[in-house]
Design a protein around this ligand. Structure first.
Ligand SMILES: Nc1ncnc2c1ncn2[C@@H]1O[C@H](COP(=O)(O)OP(=O)(O)OP(=O)(O)O)[C@@H](O)[C@H]1O
Length: 247
């Protein structure tokens, strides 16, 4: 499913945090949003996740206009996200963390089945567990399934969060500063795992070289406007981008 941002504007009093921002993320592609401090990256992310209503413009997931939709509706439309500081449940195991993302599917059969542990429920439980284990395997952390998430270093916690985000096969995955707090080796491992993710991906990131290496296309924001968009090499050689970064 594609993600489309059309003419989005956000004002904070007199500050134009975003002005007429438009771009598309084609189905299955990975797009990175970069820009200097204050460019509007966080505000854009908040608009796409539904934390902030824009003053104008729209956000679409495939054919669905989700501009006015809350987080639950967006998630039903196939949107999943990760956070700048990985949000994992420290007192749950890695496997349990991923299972929580499938809770809303329910065990099947309702309360009576819960009480009686009917075969359908057991079958569904097994299916959910298999899905969770498969997501862990795709993130290269299957061997950590039984560990408590609190015991893990940040690079691993981020992979647990990624597994939770992809377990329900989202059509659009949003990553908020995925390399934040990671060292070079952890970031490289994350990039490797991300390359195997099938969803349409939009990531907002400070680390320009990570974005250059992992994204098919890059959107550059400066002072709330898109100043460049294109493939990594085009963007890298763009004089406006150099000027924005060099100030
Ligand atoms: N809640 C707010 N109230 C007032 N102004 C805000 C608010 N949030 C953001 N801004 C302003 O909007 C502009 C864009 O900020 P935003 O945080 O989206 O940029 P950013 O690219 O994420 O920056 P950074 O890289 O520093 O995180 C900035 O001028 C910022 O000061």
């Amino acid at each position: 499913m594609s993600l489309s941002v059309q003419d989005v504007s956000v004002r904070f009093g007199g500050v134009h945090a975003l002005s007429g921002v438009s771009f598309d993320v084609a189905t299955g592609s990975t797009v990175g949003v970069i820009g200097p401090n204050g460019a509007g990256k966080t505000t854009l992310f908040d608009v796409i996740t539904g934390l902030r209503k824009p003053n104008g413009g729209s956000v679409r997931i495939g054919p669905d206009d989700v501009t006015a939709a809350g987080a639950v509706k967006r998630s039903r439309a196939g949107l999943a996200r990760t956070f700048q500081r990985p949000q994992v449940f420290g007192r749950l195991t890695v496997l349990e963390n991923v299972l929580t993302a499938l809770e809303w599917h329910g065990g099947g059969g309702g309360l009576a089945a819960d009480l009686l542990a009917l075969p359908t429920r057991r079958r569904r439980e097994r299916a959910r567990r298999d899905l969770a284990l498969e997501a862990l395997a795709r993130c290269g952390i299957a061997e950590l399934a039984a560990l408590y998430a609190a015991e893990l270093p940040i690079g691993r916690r981020r992979l647990v969060e990624l597994a939770r985000a992809i377990v329900d096969a989202p059509s659009v995955l949003l990553l908020d500063e995925p390399t934040s707090g990671l060292d070079a080796a952890q970031a490289a491992l994350f990039a490797e795992v991300l390359a195997g993710v099938e969803a349409t991906v939009l990531l907002v990131e400070h680390d320009v070289s990570f974005v250059m290496d992992t994204c098919d296309r890059i959107v550059v924001l400066d002072l709330g406007r898109v100043i460049a968009e294109g493939e990594p090499a085009e963007v890298r050689d763009d004089p406006a981008v150099r000027a924005a970064y060099l100030g």
